[in-house]
Ligand binder design. Structure first.
Ligand code: ATP
Ligand code: MG
Length: 384
């Protein structure tokens, strides 16, 4: 008998021919997550389980697994051989702190000598004998004691199932460059795309000395927080100071933010091309602020030529975004009051329905190519 943590896959189960690609990736991601904890990760016919760990590490193993995309649920329990006597011996030691229970036997190994229903009854009798005052409730028990008799002489016995994050293993969908600000939304946007298996890189624009060093450190910290889920990634930090000064000096103030954003997207796309990254991700959300109207998204999308732009939060309510931000531990950092470069030189009346021709007219007052190549020459790279 051994203690084990049982890991169930989420929807990679549905995969056909390339199932093993997804399974291998999930296995590798779990291995990385449990690196540094003495344990053994086993594969067993569309399940993984962790064994051979010190009992004091079990909580840490579970909490680390709860940050891995591609896991549907986890149970802690024990593993025995699929031997009737061994199973009964273990079940006779179980003490349940509940008023009602049921035993659910699942028999994948059809050579096992009893049917599932017969065996549930037998094991239920053993539990009743050893737990005074407890009753069987087949429909709505407080505790469902699962006995999962699998192939290869392995039986799992457990009674707690913890929901995990679901999603797809990171690294199984094309890559994305997250536009990461210091706000609430963009870290959540990165988390949501990683949840669908997308490995991230991130780009942040800062306007030192108009924005502070702390503002930049806050973004690095947000990167660290989401990396718990997304895995390691590169954060590219671009100085936007000169570009902002030039826009401020030369262009219609009402178009300040619009033009800034068009230049951010241009730089992001160029960096993607340089690094072989296949999409751009933002935390934009329809109607949240003036720069997030359909027209504003049209004029920013206009400058991105070849890559898709993913806006996973487009239809979320702020409260839904905030809930996720809190759940992933980013919220407290996101609300630290450091300014973003978008708030520097903020116009009194930012345009709500910008038009492409007007953007182009304003941008013709800038030496765009020199500004963009200048910004791209001095990118700071932080390994998150
Ligand atoms: P967030 O909470 O993510 O900052 P927001 O509600 O403040 O979003 P905006 O400031 O309009 O909205 O920004 C919209 C999106 O543009 C952000 O979610 C982010 O993806 C990107 N963005 C904004 N500022 C920056 C920046 N300084 N560097 C990189 N990306 C940025
Ligand atoms: Mg912002």
């Amino acid at each position: 008998m051994k203690k084990v943590v049982i890991i169930r896959y989420s929807e990679i189960f549905l995969k056909g021919k390339n199932f093993y690609f997804f399974e291998d990736k999930l296995f590798a991601n779990i291995k990385e997550k449990l690196d540094g904890i003495k344990c053994f990760i086993n594969r067993l016919n569309k399940r993984f389980f962790v064994s051979d760990y010190d009992v004091i590490d079990e909580k840490r193993i579970v909490s680390n697994l709860l940050t891995v995309f591609g896991i549907h649920s986890i149970s802690t329990g024990v593993m025995t051989s699929s031997d009737d006597a061994a199973i009964k011996e273990y079940v006779s030691t179980i003490k349940l702190s509940a008023k009602t229970f049921r035993v659910s036997v699942n028999r994948a190994d059809k050579s096992f000598p009893y049917t599932s229903i017969e065996y549930s009854g037998m094991l239920g009798g053993i539990v009743l004998k050893n737990n005074k005052g407890i009753k069987v409730d087949l429909h709505n028990p407080e505790i469902d004691l699962n006995v999962d008799i699998r192939d290869n002489d392995v039986t799992f016995i457990y009674h707690d199932t913890i929901s995990a994050l679901g999603g797809m293993p990171v690294g199984t969908s094309g890559s994305g460059m997250l536009l990461l600000s210091g706000g609430i939304d963009s870290p959540v946007a990165g988390y949501m795309m990683a949840k669908r298996g997308m490995p991230l890189s991130a780009i942040h624009f800062h306007s030192y000395p108009y924005t502070s060093i702390q503002a930049k450190e806050k973004v690095i910290e947000l990167g660290r927080i989401i990396s718990k889920y997304t895995g390691h990634f590169k954060l590219y930090i671009v100085s936007f100071t000169k570009i902002q000064e030039e826009i401020h000096k030369n262009c219609d103030g009402d178009y300040m933010i619009t033009i800034m954003r068009r230049i951010m997207f241009r730089i992001a796309e160029r960096l993607c091309k340089e690094k072989g990254i296949e999409s751009i991700i933002t935390g934009e959300n329809l109607g949240q602020v003036a720069s997030q109207t359909v027209e504003s998204m049209t004029v920013t999308t206009d400058v991105v030529n070849e890559l898709p732009i993913f806006r996973p939060l487009i239809s979320f309510d702020k409260s839904e975004i905030t809930d996720i931000s809190k759940k992933i531990g980013a919220y407290e950092t996101s609300i630290l009051p450091y300014e973003d470069c978008c708030t520097v030189f903020l116009p009194k009346h930012p345009v709500i329905r910008p038009r492409v021709p007007k953007c182009e007219k304003e941008e013709s007052k800038l030496d765009l190519e020199t500004l963009i190549t200048g910004a791209m020459q001095n990118i700071e790279i932080v390994n998150i």
